[in-house]
Design a protein around this ligand. Structure first.
Ligand code: FES
Length: 112
């Protein structure tokens, strides 16, 4: 089983499609593809640099975020309703494809 993952760039103008093994962790798949997700704490839910915005249609397919993950997301820049931490998403279950957008930190840091 494999899962097709699409990474959409912050501006939405670039899409990278990769085929990942079922059971892989989204953060690892993203980093292997060269996506700009630092994942500084390597999945300890202590940094939120692995924040991604999940496609609204795919979001309900994922298991719910834990309370720790929600707390961490509260601190991330540019969070949206479908934000998740890539280190907490495993490509498993009935998932066959997943689309996520990389948040634009530069834009968020400049405020609005
Ligand atoms: S890698 Fe730090 S919270 Fe995901």
């Amino acid at each position: 089983m494999s899962v097709t993952v699409r990474f959409v760039s912050a501006k939405g103008d670039q899409v990278s499609e990769v085929v990942a093994e079922a059971g892989a962790r989204l953060l690892d798949v993203a980093q292997a593809d060269g996506q700009p997700l630092e994942g500084t704490c390597e999945g300890q839910m202590a940094c939120s640099t692995c924040h991604v915005i999940v496609d609204a249609a795919d979001f309900p397919k994922l298991p719910r975020a834990s309370e720790e993950e929600e707390d961490m997301l509260d601190l991330a820049a540019g969070v949206s309703r479908t934000s998740r931490l890539a280190c907490q998403i495993w490509l498993e279950g009935k998932l066959t494809s997943l689309t996520v957008r990389i948040p634009s930190e530069a834009r968020n840091m400049q405020g609005r």
